[in-house]
Ligand binder design. Structure first.
Ligand code: G4P
Length: 374
């Protein structure tokens, strides 16, 4: 799925995390959306904080399927140097559980001389501000910046010997697991103008009819849905919810909006869009596709650079021309690769900050080339 956003915050957040790694870090708290834990885990964060014990906070568990949350927690708790706990905004005193889990992950730290230093990260809209506000107002004092540490970082003292460092929400530039793109869009991590709602609704529907068919049937008072394809099913939902144009045609855009809205608001019940096993399969498939894509790009590059008998090929000449004026070959795969490693030189560019704006304001940072209504 094409997602049109520019993750403007990425470089500055990445620098903030790098600085925290250098300054001293004992535990990383990664906030995940309990409705799509695998998809809401930022692969960049794992790379940046490699080797550090991790506490996975599965937030918004009040919206997620409890049986699946249990499975995800067991999945993470079985991993080395990892703890996982479920959380939701109704938890009035999350600090205690959080501090306890982090202390277990850093048993050699503690006391005034060796305070536990914890970094908290998460994608936009995962509920980090809500949690920080709860922590800050109940138990902690927010303090100013530490000398030498980026202004983006906020230090929250949760106990005398327990510091929490907050960083801005961060998305990553290219979502290689296709299903993750859909799940992030459906759950609200990606602003509405950055994706096609009908496409996302159809994917959501295809998943729901397989794993949560009863919820759909009950909510939309549908009969046997097995004979309907996904589009017809979305049409039937649209009809039930009054998304009808003049002449009786179904307004599919409206139907898609209704389905996504009702999923997000829990009107369909507590739903989780992936199991650990499913996510691992998607990931393996994406890794394979990625390796093939890179191999193809490499082969293409080699081909254009191999001189033919009797002189260079047209492509090779074109390549040389481009090199001489310093421009890029324009290969889409090359461009994608660059997307993974956006130069930190872009830092100085005055870019709107995705997480400051909130997920629903991503359209303000989408490239001008994004199609209308995308
Ligand atoms: P962020 O800092 O990570 O970007 O997220 P933030 O705390 O702003 O939370 C995003 C939305 O999620 C907020 O709703 C917030 O109330 C909701 N939220 C946070 N934690 C939980 C939780 O555990 N359970 C539920 N059900 N909701 C939670 P909002 O202000 O209405 O924004 P939106 O949902 O309309 O985007």
């Amino acid at each position: 799925m094409a997602i049109h956003w520019f993750p403007g915050h990425m470089n500055s957040t990445r620098n903030a995390i790098n600085e925290r790694m250098k300054a001293g870090l004992d535990v990383v708290i990664e906030m995940l959306d309990a409705r799509c834990p695998g998809s809401s885990a930022n692969p960049l964060l794992a790379k940046l904080t490699e080797g550090k014990p991790t506490l996975k906070l599965l937030n918004k568990q009040d919206l997620a399927d409890p049986e699946r949350t249990t499975r995800w927690l067991a999945h993470y708790n079985a991993q080395p140097d990892t703890r996982a706990i479920g959380l939701d905004a109704s938890n009035r005193a999350p600090a205690q559980a959080l501090i306890k889990a982090c202390r277990e992950l850093a048993p050699l730290r503690g006391g005034m001389v060796k305070p536990v230093r914890v970094l908290i990260c998460g994608i936009p809209n995962v509920g980090k501000s809500t949690l920080i506000n709860t922590l800050a107002s109940k138990r902690a004092a927010k303090t100013g910046d530490e000398p030498g540490i980026t202004k983006l970082e906020q230090k929250i003292v949760l106990a005398e010997d327990f510091y929490l460092f907050d960083t801005p929400g961060m998305l990553w530039p290219r979502i290689s697991v296709e299903e993750s793109g859909y799940n992030l869009a459906a759950s609200g991590a990606i602003g509405r103008n950055a994706f096609d709602e009908e496409e996302v609704a159809l994917e959501l529907l295809s998943y729901l009819r397989r794993d949560y068919a009863q919820a759909l049937i009950e909510r939309y008072k549908l009969g046997d849905i097995s004979a309907l394809n996904d589009e017809d099913l979305l049409g039937a939902i649209g009809k039930r919810r009054g998304a009808v144009l003049s002449g009786g045609r179904i307004n599919m855009q409206k139907a898609a909006e209704v389905l996504i809205y009702e999923f997000r608001q829990n009107i369909l019940g507590r739903i989780t869009l992936e199991t650990p096993e499913e996510f691992m399969q998607w990931q393996a498939k994406a890794e394979l596709a990625e390796a093939e894509r890179k191999l193809k790009a490499e082969k293409r590059k080699q081909k254009t650079k191999t001189p033919q008998r009797g002189g260079p090929t047209v492509a090779a000449v074109a390549d040389e021309d481009q090199e001489s004026d310093g421009s890029d070959s324009g290969d889409q795969d090359d461009q994608d690769d660059q997307g993974d490693e956006v130069s930190t030189e872009a830092e100085g560019v005055d870019t709107p900050q995705v997480s400051d704006l909130g997920a629903d304001t991503h359209e303000q940072v989408r490239p001008a080339s994004a199609p209308d209504g995308a």
